[in-house]
Design a protein around this ligand. Sequence first.
Ligand code: ADP
Length: 415
Amino acid sequence: MIEKIKRNLVWRYTCIIFAVSALVFISCDSVYHYVVQHTLEENLFDYLYEECHEAEDSKGISEKVHSYEVDSKMIQSFSYWVLNGKVIHAAQPDGLVGAEFMKKVKNWPYPNMEIQYIKIREQHEVWNFAAVSGDFRLQGQKGKVIVAMNLTPIEDFSENYRQYGLLILLMICILSYFIARNLANRAISPIVKMYNNQKEFVSNASHELKTPLGVLMAYSELVEAKCGKNEDINVIKAEIKNMSALIENLLILSRLDNQKSQEEAVDLDVGAKVKEIVAKFNQIAMDRKFPIEEKIENNLKVKISPIDFQRVMNILLENALKYTPKNKKIAVTLEHKNKKINIAVKDEGVGIKEKDLPHIFERFYRADASHNRKVSGYGLGLSIAWKIVEKYHGQISVISQVGQGSTFCVEFPAD
Ligand code: ADP
């Protein structure tokens, strides 16, 4: 149970830490883009106004074209003055990029004052520009100013930021798992301590109670021998037996919890063992209308301690007998299917309500206390069966319908 809580906590903490990191990463990215976009727009429009004024103030058509080397690591600005489809002044990028730009500005199709993002491929390099146009008047004629800014370094930075960011996020994901594990360990340690103390107490108390119960039983038998059989002594003996069974179960659970169980696993011929157990139960339940039916495949082996296997079968068969009226059937099947050894104990008894089904393997859980009060037990049998089956990497499950009966299925890996 503690392991389950811990796994749950680790998973939740990992998700929280990772989600927060991802949020920080995405926020940084968005803030960065917003700031860059804002600054860029401001600069580009300032530059456009400057160029428009300069063009209007210029004395005449000079047809000067200056070319500058574009640098992928620098934010550079370029400008074009276009009058009657002719570039009358330009400070433009050199080479292929300049030529591409020149083609575009002569027939600038975009509306004024709207920023356009232009990509130009030059061999292996991709250049990114932001450009905007505005009108100017010169000697009564209307011309166009187009200004552009080389955004390649910003785009490169963004690209790198994203790539490294993803890598960092991946690392954060791994790191958050370890941090989460540490946090979960710290959070859970007081519970583990309390749980261990409680287990130790139950184990010690059960040990301590064993002797006085033994003494009580011995004395009641002595009294019975002296005074003869008597109803009162029978009640005392029955209660002592119940208490002893409870204590025995608590001790088994405590051993299973501490994984101190000394039972040696062997290659057990489960078919033979099931037959033996069913025969024993048939002898005990002579008053039933039908003997327990069996459908058993031979020569099936499971690596398990015979004592543990017997415990599981005893629990399931005892329950089947307890919760099935004497005139109804009980059947045990054993088969090899899909690399698993499947054992099913099916009864036509009272069945289990749907609301109780998820809890019946919990300790001390007894479905429907009213009908159970008549039936002996403390709600420990199925939790012991669960623990044993889990110890051998198997699975236990139940299908049940009220009034129709229940089928308990145990699945062990085939040897
Ligand atoms: P108990 O000592 O009460 O039988 P278990 O742990 O063995 O404790 O079973 C838990 C509860 O599951 C029982 O109280 C009973 O309500 C229900 N249960 C178990 N086996 C059966 C069954 N074969 N038919 C109906 N109910 C069952």
